[in-house]
Design a protein around this ligand. Structure first.
Ligand code: NAG
Ligand code: NAG
Ligand code: NAG
Length: 351
C-alpha cells in the first residue's frame, strides 16, 4: 500500500516538474528513473523477504502479510496436494447433482449418508460463511488449539484482530479471554466433543461446524433439529441430549476436508481407528480458505511430563489421551513441515 502511494507521489512530482521544465531533458528523465528504481526496489524487497522464509516469519512487518503474490508463492512451495476449495460446508443442492457425490462413506465422504444430510441441511438452510468475510480480498485466520501452551500467553487482544478465529470442540472462552481472546467465527465440533450450551462460550454469530465422523453424528444432529427421540447408542462418550442455539448458525463441514487432511497425514483411508484431530483438520480448512494462517495452542506435552495438563483449561493429562484415535507424533511432524514451509505461523514459542 505504502509503495503504491509512493509510486503515485512520484508520478505526481513528474507532472509538476514537467510543467515547469518542459525544455530540459534531464529533469524529465529523473522522475522516470526514480520510478524505475522504486519498482526494482519494490520487487527486489519481495525476493529478499521471500528468501528469508516469507513475511509470515514476522507478524509485525510493516508490509501487509496478505500480499497475494507472496501467498501464491508460499502456496506453490508446498509439496502437498493442496487444491484450494473455498466452499467449506455441505449444501442441500449438493444432493441433487449426482456427479458431485463422493464415493467414500463417512468420515471421508457422504456416500450412504445422503438421506440424513438432506434432512439436516433442509433445516439449517444456510451453507455459507458471512458475506463480510467472503468478500474480503485477503482473509487472515487464526486457529486456536486447546493446548496448554496458550496459557498465560496474553494473546487475547491479538487473536481478536483476525478476520476469522477458529476454535475447537468445547474449548471455553469465558474466563480465559486474556489468553485466548473472545472472538469465535467458527467452532468445529462433533457430538462427543460438543458442549450442551455452546452459546455460553460463543458470540451470537459464531458458526457451529459439525465434523461428521460417522452416521450417528448426523443422526444426533437430526434428532436435535427435529426434536425427535434421542438414540444414545453408537457414541464413545455420551453426547449432549440438548443443544441450545440457532439452527441457522449450524453448518456441516464437507468431508472432503477430512479426506484431504488424512491424505496429508498419510493415514490409510480404510483405517477405522485413526483419524486426524479436529485441530489438524481446522488448520487444513484454514489453509484452504484463508490467505494468512496463524496458530496458537497447538502441541502436546512430551512423554517426559506426564503430569502436565494438556489443555489450557481443566486437568486432563496425557494419560487421558492414551486411548485416542489419533496419531499425534505424525500430526506434530506435519505441523512442523507446514511451519517450516511458511504456510503457518505460531503466535507463541513452542517446542
Ligand atoms: C510492532 O511494532 C511496533 C512499532 O514498530 C511496536 O510498538 C510493537 O511493540 C511491535 N509489536 C510486537 C508484537 O512486536
Ligand atoms: C457408494 O458405496 C457403495 C457401497 O457401499 C458402492 O457400491 C457405490 O459404488 C458407492 N457410490 C459411489 C458413487 O461410488
Ligand atoms: C499464569 O500466571 C499466573 C498469575 O500470573 C500464575 O499464578 C500461574 O502459575 C501461571 N501459569 C502458568 C502455567 O504459567
Amino acid at each position: 500500500m505504502a509503495d503504491a502511494q509512493h509510486g503515485h507521489e512520484i508520478r505526481w512530482e513528474y507532472v509538476k516538474m514537467s510543467q515547469k521544465t518542459t525544455k530540459t531533458w534531464f529533469p524529465r528523465l529523473l522522475p522516470g528513473l526514480l520510478l524505475f528504481i522504486t519498482v526494482v526496489a519494490y520487487y527486489g524487497s519481495y525476493t529478499i523477504l521471500q528468501s528469508y522464509g516469507g513475511i509470515s516469519k514476522s507478524p509485525n512487518s510493516s508490509k501487509s502479510p496478505c500480499d497475494s503474490w507472496l501467498t501464491q508463492k508460499r502456496w506453490e512451495s508446498l509439496n502437498f496436494d493442496f487444491n484450494r476449495q473455498t466452499q467449506l460446508f455441505l449444501q442441500l443442492s449438493d444432493f441433487f447433482w449426482r456427479e458431485h457425490l463422493s464415493g467414500l462413506p463417512l468420515p471421508y465422504g457422504t456416500n450412504g449418508s445422503e438421506v440424513l444430510l438432506q434432512k439436516v441441511l433442509a433445516i439449517t438452510a444456510n451453507y455459507e460463511l458471512p458475506v463480510h468475510i467472503q468478500n474480503l480480498e485477503c482473509r487472515t485466520c487464526v486457529v486456536i488449539g486447546n493446548g496448554f501452551a496458550i496459557r498465560n500467553s496474553s494473546l487475547g487482544n491479538i487473536i481478536n484482530k483476525y478476520n476469522m478465529v477458529i476454535r475447537l470442540n468445547d474449548a471455553p472462552v469465558k474466563g480465559y479471554e486474556r489468553d485466548v481472546g473472545s472472538k469465535t467465527t467458527l467452532r468445529l465440533f462433533y457430538p462427543e466433543s460438543a458442549s450442551p450450551n455452546p452459546e455460553l462460550h460463543n458470540e451470537p454469530d459464531t458458526l457451529m461446524v459439525l465434523v461428521p465422523f460417522k452416521q450417528q453424528d448426523l443422526r444426533w444432529l437430526k434428532e436435535i433439529l427435529y426434536n425427535e427421540k434421542r438414540v444414545r447408542k453408537g457414541f464413545w462418550k455420551p453426547p449432549p441430549q440438548v443443544f441450545s442455539g440457532d439452527a441457522s448458525k449450524i453448518r456441516v463441514l464437507d468431508p472432503h476436508f477430512l479426506h484431504k487432511t488424512a491424505r496429508l497425514l498419510k493415514i490409510p483411508l480404510n483405517q477405522e481407528l485413526v483419524h486426524p484431530t479436529t485441530g489438524m483438520l481446522a488448520v487444513f480448512v484454514a489453509l484452504n480458505y484463508c490467505d494468512v494462517v496463524h496458530v496458537a495452542g497447538f502441541g502436546y506435552p512430551g512423554s517426559k511430563s506426564p503430569r502436565q495438563p494438556i489443555h489450557y483449561y481443566g486437568y486432563d493429562t496425557m494419560k487421558n489421551m492414551k486411548n485416542s484415535y489419533h496419531d499425534l507424533s505424525n500430526e506434530a511432524e506435519a505441523l512442523k513441515r507446514l511451519e517450516d514451509s511458511g504456510a503457518i505461523f505460531y503466535l507463541h514459542p513452542h517446542s
